[in-house]
Design a protein. Structure first.
Length: 714
């Protein structure tokens, strides 16, 4: 097998960049651009309730001065502010669920060319401790108190963004470290604590080429993925769409590829004898001089990207993927001589779950969409609208910054609002010789650069034109930095299914670590917030959203695969019993919403939720829930002997009005019916799940066009 340096087909030439010449890009901001969620307001509208929410979040009067063509709001600030202050303001807006994206409006900068082992048996000494926001501890005093609490001396090793690493005086078993973490997180200033395995050994996979993947584990420029794996080993089958050249079979991707689709509309470009079809196989993108005169071999770019994301880990072969538990949804949009944005837009929408005429619905809408592609020019209206619609379905979108050593603001979709734009750094922690740069870059991730050992090692195919045998090879480009960010985004979604896209962006940028001393990337607005740190990002997000809203409890969801049934419970004791006794049958999906068990702790307008059960003898074997008194009564009266009332108050929750609108500070809960004899229902607040159930032809039930049954507090 040859490990040749393969051409990165969509990433451009590896040009030389004189990074010492990168300028500072600074200024002041007087306007914020905000796209509201379509469920809150129609594009271009700024209702009073939205104005009040945004002004409360920013602490400033916001004056609507205009709208973009795609309906984003131009909101003037009372006075101009610095870049730093503007960044803090948009960060506050991004976490609001009524906001799809927010950004400062800045003057366009002219484009410039510039020259393993069993982890639980491995002892450790370290703990990750996340303090509450605003906490400014007296560390000597806090360490003395925590040391007394856990019964062993603790020292402060270092800080990773908001997370602190503490070390015990001697090695401890993982069980002991877990117990220590449990004690530490009882302290009022501590939000979260977890044991940390030794980075050199814990979660290090047995994949033979893992040592060559410096981007995952290098202390200088790697993403610290082993600690992230320790913190979030379960990805709940999160779907990540690779909108690219398609996919090929590879032994290192077995079990992680969903049925995708080929959206290339030109048969000649597709090289498969037809236009759009259900087979996203990569037929090769070689050129015999008919693509602008250049001759080159096929690269199989989509396969390489998919491998960076999801190659099987600890399978004894090949490489390790960033997030090997995810499911890859291959969406083919590029073929011979690249592709067109027409096909790209359709592929993106389908990946997000939006119906496309003439194409079967996507039953697995993507929580993360990876776009390692692009073209020169502005983000036009169609592209921005597509991105807004995909975001509205609950997707997180990651885009490569491009490889032309120019401003990323001049490359789409990297310059579109709402996407996470990724530049590339090399093994020495410097911006690579080819990466685009500038204010539009959010952060960098390992993308590889010459010499060969500093390139990215991944999955490919030996075929010089059409595919032949699966193999491995080297490549470089922002195309391969982007899926590293997409993989960490998938970890964050798995860690908390209610996390917003804006929160994902803030976690990734807020925990990125600095470039080495002397790097021109330390100049503001040149290379983004820093280099990707998977461990810090994942460690900064509490599992399951952390503490529930005051007085509430999570309503957790389970799935039974043999029956294709969903089940929810708000009873902690029942959930614990299921986990302990039926865990091999009922699996937690990672989805949840909040409700009250005691109406005394709830708002006055909450309603009790009745819970019915029809047993297997009725050929149903399922549960039904409703907060509508008339529905509960109808079930009780019309199906005696079929549906048994288990409780009239499984939990308490607020309900929508007749149009399906929920009160402020709540999320709509959608109900779906499978329309089968077994009469199973699913309840979800997740927009991607909602789109997926629609595409699976489950019937939406509830108030208003959106079919809302409950309103969950947040």
């Amino acid at each position: 097998m040859q490990h040749a340096i393969r051409r990165a087909a969509l990433t451009g030439a590896l040009l030389t960049l004189c990074v010492t010449a990168l300028p500072a890009i600074a200024g002041t901001v007087s306007t914020l651009r905000v796209m509201l969620h379509p469920y809150l307001a129609a594009p271009g509208e700024f209702p009073a309730v939205a104005r009040a929410t945004l002004e409360a979040a920013t602490g400033r009067t916001l004056t609507l001065s205009g709208t973009t063509r795609t309906g984003a709001l131009e909101l003037d600030l009372p006075e101009a502010v610095s870049d730093e202050v503007a960044g803090a303001l948009v960060k506050k807006l991004r976490v609001d669920r009524g906001v799809l994206w927010a950004e400062p409006v800045v003057a366009k900068v002219a484009a410039r060319s510039a020259p393993a082992v069993d982890a639980d048996r491995e002892p450790g000494r370290r703990l990750l401790v996340r303090l509450n926001d605003g906490a400014t501890p007296d560390w000597p005093a806090l360490l003395r108190r925590l040391s007394t609490l856990v019964g062993t001396p603790l020292t402060l090793v270092r800080q990773i963004a908001h997370v602190y690493v503490l070390e015990t005086g001697s090695e401890q078993s993982i069980g002991t470290l877990r117990a220590m973490a449990g004690l530490i997180q009882t302290q009022p200033e501590v939000r979260y604590a977890d044991p940390v395995r030794r980075a050199a050994t814990f979660a290090a996979p047995d994949d033979p080429y893992y040592p060559q993947q410096w981007g995952l584990h290098s202390p200088l420029a790697g993403i610290n993925v082993e600690t992230a794996w320790a913190l979030q080993p379960d990805l709940h089958d999160v779907t990540v769409a690779v909108v690219d050249t398609g996919i090929l079979p590879h032994p290192d991707l077995v079990g992680h590829v969903l049925p995708g689709y080929d959206f290339i509309s030109n048969p000649d470009r597709a090289r498969d004898g037809d236009a759009r079809d259900p087979n996203p196989r990569d037929e090769g993108d070689w050129s015999a001089g008919d693509c602008g005169g250049a001759e080159y071999s096929s690269f199989f770019h989509g396969l390489f990207v998919a491998g960076v994301l999801a190659a099987n880990t600890n399978n004894g072969i090949g490489i390790a993927g960033i997030a090997s538990g995810v499911q890859i949804l291959p969406v083919r949009v590029l073929g011979k001589c690249g592709g067109t944005f027409e096909d790209v837009l359709e592929g993106m929408l389908w990946a997000a779950g939006v119906p496309i005429a003439g194409v079967p619905p996507n039953a697995h809408p993507a929580k993360v969409i990876n776009l390692s592609l692009g073209g020169y020019g502005a983000c036009d209206q169609a592209m921005q609208e597509t991105i807004d619609l995909a975001l509205a379905q609950g997707s997180v979108i990651v885009a490569a910054a491009g490889n032309a050593t120019i401003e990323a603001a001049d490359v789409a979709p990297a310059n579109c609002s709402g996407v996470i734009t990724v530049g590339a750094h090399g093994a020495l922690g410097q911006l690579t010789s080819y990466s685009n740069f500038g204010r539009r870059v959010d952060l960098t991730a390992p993308g590889g650069d010459r010499p060969v050992p500093d390139l990215i090692f991944g999955l490919t195919n030996d075929g010089p034109t059409v595919p032949t045998e699966p193999s491995y090879g080297y490549a470089a480009g922002t195309s391969f930095a982007a899926p590293m960010v997409s993989g960490v985004a998938a970890m964050l979604v798995a860690r908390d299914s209610l996390v917003t896209g804006g929160r994902v962006l803030d976690l990734l940028t807020g925990t990125a670590h600095d470039w080495p001393a002397g790097s021109p990337c330390l100049v503001p607005n040149v290379c983004g917030a820093g280099m990707l740190d998977a461990a810090a990002a994942v460690g900064s997000l509490l599992p399951g959203g952390g503490a529930a809203p005051a007085g509430t409890t999570p309503v957790v969801e389970y799935y039974r695969a043999d029956l294709d049934h969903y089940f929810i419970t708000a009873d902690p004791a029942e959930a614990a019993w299921i986990d302990a006794n039926l865990g091999d049958i009922f699996k937690r999906t990672g989805n949840y919403f909040y409700a009250w068990l005691d109406p005394a702790n709830a708002p006055a307008d909450v309603q009790p939720v009745c819970r019915f059960y029809a047993n297997a003898d009725t050929l149903i074997n399922s549960h039904y829930y409703s907060a509508n008194f008339d529905e509960c009564l109808a079930v009780l009266l019309n199906w005696p002997g079929v549906w048994e009332l288990e409780t009239a108050s499984a939990f308490y929750i607020q309900t929508p009005d007749a149009d399906g609108h929920c009160p402020q500070h709540t999320l709509p809960v959608y109900r779906f019916f499978n329309a089968r004899q077994d009469a199973n229902h699913r309840y979800t607040v997740d927009l991607s799940v909602r789109r997926g159930m629609n595409n699976r032809a489950w019937v939406a039930e509830g108030a208003g066009q959106a079919a809302v049954v409950f309103c969950s507090p947040i």
